[in-house]
Design a protein around this ligand. Structure first.
Ligand code: NAD
Length: 341
């Protein structure tokens, strides 16, 4: 008989609901407990999910206290989908008990806090990964394959992202909402496309006069990457009209040519080596698990002895370091070294 693991989800907001549904949709997992400090939020979410997924009555514990829920449910996995400020305390409690954690980005709100989590994962020998769910995208994987197979070593990567969502909630009140909550995905993707580490960043943040965010919702950043590549990012969360896709628009260039991706359709490349320019279109594997389903499948696979998840904490801390260094650069008006050790 195959192993069925018990999962505890912490956080029952918009994203917590999506995670609980992803857990409930797998036959090798059972949603055993759902915790939110706002108990009524967790109760309402649990009631909705129980109807939608026909969960057996009484099988899902709802709590507002994490420690009590951990004692009662003894989960095999915790998914931390709380607000970023709570990631340190929630994840640390679980790692100290030896319970593997799959957390939402960002890993933490300060690099020292992230280091504490990496240290706890090492010391307790407990898997901790951060779901950077936008990596699990068939078109993006096809772009990465085009880069590997045709471009060799790109040194120019650009992403531009322009959208105008009205979220309400924490994003409209937080400092640096674009960089911390959204550009972090693009920074993570750039690192993955290039297969290199961040070295330093210069970033400028800005609030257009019509912005509906308290913090700066537009930013331009240039990263130096190991090996000498440059990654440039330009984006805004208050840019109405002609919006880009949620994944942004990408361009990757080496001496052999350029690959591009609009963030939604199949990527393409023009290769200039050989007898003349050749057009290549990437072939997305649309059967792959995407988004948080992909992150969850990889995490469970790692617990079953498979390779470490892409967001394993020793690697994902570099994405957080890029984000925090960009914020520091914007605040100080200086080029900032990206450090995670
Ligand atoms: N990968 C993505 O594409 C993506 C998209 C949206 C959100 N997120 C991330 O998911 C996380 C949650 O975002 P959201 O949009 O669901 O936020 P949200 O504000 O809708 O929900 C967060 C919930 O966490 C609860 N909470 C706060 N502190 C807690 C604690 N200590 N213990 C238990 N519960 C606690 C709150 O009461 C709230 O219900 C954030 O880290 C966010 O960055 C990722």
């Amino acid at each position: 008989m195959s192993l069925v693991r018990k999962v505890l989800v912490v956080g029952a907001g918009g994203m917590g609901r999506r995670w609980a549904d992803a857990v409930a949709g797998r036959e090798d997992l059972v949603l055993a407990a759902w915790v939110d400090t706002a108990r009524d939020v967790a109760e309402a979410a649990a009631a909705e999910l129980s109807v939608a997924r026909r969960l057996p009555p009484g099988g899902l514990l709802v709590e507002d206290d994490l420690e009590r829920a951990l004692d009662a449910a003894s989960p095999d996995i915790v998914v931390d989908v709380t607000v970023p400020e709570a990631h340190l305390a929630v994840t640390l409690s679980c790692l100290e008990r030896g319970i593997p954690v799959l957390g939402e980005k960002p890993m933490a709100t300060a690099i020292d806090d992230a280091r504490r989590l990496v240290e706890a994962s090492e010391r307790t020998g407990t898997l901790f990964a951060v779901s950077q769910s936008r990596r699990y995208n068939a078109e993006l994987v096809a772009l990465r394959r085009l880069v590997e197979e045709h471009l060799g070593h790109p040194e120019l990567v650009s992403c531009w992202f322009y959208r105008a969502p009205h979220f309400g909630g924490f994003r409209e009140d937080m400092p640096s909402p674009l960089v911390v909550d959204m550009a972090i995905h693009a920074f993570d993707v750039a690192r993955w496309l290039l297969g290199s580490d961040p070295v330093a960043v210069y970033c400028d943040e800005h609030s257009p006069s019509w912005s509906w965010y308290k913090g700066a919702a537009s930013a331009t950043a240039v990263f130096e990457m190991s090996g000498g590549a440059r990654f440039s990012y330009a984006g805004s969360w208050c840019a109405p009209g002609l919006e880009t896709s949620w994944e942004g628009s990408w361009r990757v260039t080496s001496g052999a040519g350029t690959a591009s991706w609009d963030g939604s359709s199949a990527p393409k490349a023009e290769i200039v080596t050989g007898r003349g320019p050749a057009r290549v279109v990437g072939e997305p594997d649309r059967s792959m698990a995407s988004g948080i389903d992909g992150a969850l499948a990889e995490f469970v696979g790692a617990l079953d002895g498979g390779p470490p998840p892409m967001g394993e904490c020793h690697d994902n801390i570099k994405t957080l370091a890029m984000t925090l260094a960009a914020v520091e650069s914007a605040a100080t008006g200086t080029r900032v070294a990206v450090r995670w050790r």
